[in-house]
Design a protein around this ligand. Structure first.
Ligand SMILES: NC(=O)c1ccc[n+]([C@@H]2O[C@H](COP(=O)([O-])OP(=O)(O)OC[C@H]3O[C@@H](n4cnc5c(N)ncnc54)[C@H](OP(=O)(O)O)[C@@H]3O)[C@@H](O)[C@H]2O)c1
Length: 344
């Protein structure tokens, strides 16, 4: 069965990736493309200024973009992917959920709301149980499901694999690509020959979302993990691919070789866009690198470097393709999980 889907924010950096992933998708058919008032009424080709290094899908290019309101959407589109600025999304997404649409969203609003599942399918698919609580609380026929921030997704897979060994403290420094700020986010004068040692709001997202993702759903709420997370986020002049240096302190010591095995056997799930395994364990100390490794598993794998021993635990590096596994691919995977669990 094919599910007709819509995209909110279809013209943006993440929206274009959603179009790229959804156009050939085996389960989904793009029915509606929405963006701001400025794009509404234009063809997608004209509105989007396609910037992906693959051709714009033919059957999408001449589609007329509509404004992102439930009134503009056909009723036979049960599932909507959303990648709008969070200030807009916090108003628009609940309106869609109230009108009966299931929304799989990238935007940062509502990620920490008690009744909103924040999901990486390989890590915490059971948190979708929160949707029953959400529908009871809010009286919605639809639903709102979130994927985490792009930089959180990179480290949460390896941390989930280490969690049985008593995860106590995490320190992380990021080197994040410019596409993570959207097309108009960072000017060339700011970022060429430079590094920006702060990304507004990003540290807090990594510190809070990680605890929710690694938490336990008890049937009524998610008990956040007690791990202490501290992040420092940097913008660097790569185009795609966030690299992270992570220090994880464990209460049960794990040798580097054992940790590498734990990563290699890391979490997995059987969904159309899911790789065989979420993590790819590298042996070389100079990997992963953004240019060489960001497209591993069609950009859906998290490559992880060889772990090193520290006084309290382990240090390792990991990488995420920020607009694929870190954004559009994460939303599509959540959409597939929602269909798989009969929630669409
Ligand atoms: N880039 C990443 O790597 C990344 C990763 C994870 C999460 N995210 C999150 O995903 C969201 C989108 O990010 P992005 O990088 O794709 O941003 P972007 O390139 O600036 O695109 C924003 C999209 O939202 C639309 N939009 C703007 N104002 C609107 C309005 N008033 N009503 C309806 N649609 C509106 C834009 O349409 P127009 O073209 O018509 O203006 C465009 O389609 C953000 O919340 C961001 O934090 C991004």
């Amino acid at each position: 069965m094919t599910v007709r889907v819509g995209i909110l924010g279809a013209t943006g950096a993440v929206g274009q990736r959603l179009v790229q992933l959804l156009a050939p998708h085996p389960e989904f058919e793009i029915a509606t493309l929405a963006a701001s008032e400025a794009s509404a009424g234009k063809s997608y080709r004209e509105a989007a200024k396609w910037r992906i290094d693959a051709p714009i899908p033919d059957d999408v290019a001449e589609t007329t973009v509509v404004e992102g309101t439930p009134e503009e959407f056909p009723e036979d589109v049960p599932l909507v992917f959303s990648s709008m600025p969070s200030g807009i999304a916090e108003r628009v997404e609940p309106a869609f959920a109230e009108a009966g649409y299931v929304v799989s969203s990238n935007s940062s609003n509502a990620r920490l709301d008690d009744d909103v599942p924040l999901v990486v399918p390989e890590v915490n698919a059971d948190h979708l149980g929160l949707l029953e609580v959400q529908r009871d609380d809010r009286g919605w026929d639809g639903a709102l499901v979130k994927n985490p921030n792009c930089s959180t997704i990179a480290m949460v897979g390896p941390l989930a694999a280490l969690s049985p060994y008593g995860l106590e403290r995490v320190r992380v420094a990021t080197l994040q690509a410019v596409s993570g700020a959207g097309y108009s986010g960072v000017t060339s004068m700011e970022i060429l020959d430079n590094v920006l040692p702060h990304i507004g709001g990003e540290e807090e997202k990594m510190e809070t979302e990680t605890k929710k993702l690694l938490g336990v759903f008890d049937g009524a709420e998610v008990q956040h993990h007690r791990v202490d997370v501290s992040a420092s986020c940097n913008r660097v002049p790569t185009i795609d691919g966030h690299l992270e240096n992570v220090w994880a302190d464990l209460s049960d010591p794990l040798a580097p070789d054992e940790a590498r095995e734990v990563f290699a056997e890391g979490p997995s799930i059987d969904l159309p866009s899911a790789p065989d395994r979420l993590l790819q364990a590298h042996e070389d100390e100079d990997r992963p690198q953004p240019r060489l490794d960001r497209t591993a598993g069609d950009g859906m794998v998290i490559p992880v470097g060889p772990p090193q021993e520290t006084t309290e635990g382990l240090q390792f590096d990991c990488l995420v393709h920020n607009t694929l596994r870190g954004a559009a691919g994460a939303s599509v995977l959540n959409g597939e999980l929602l269909v798989d669990r009969d929630l669409v």
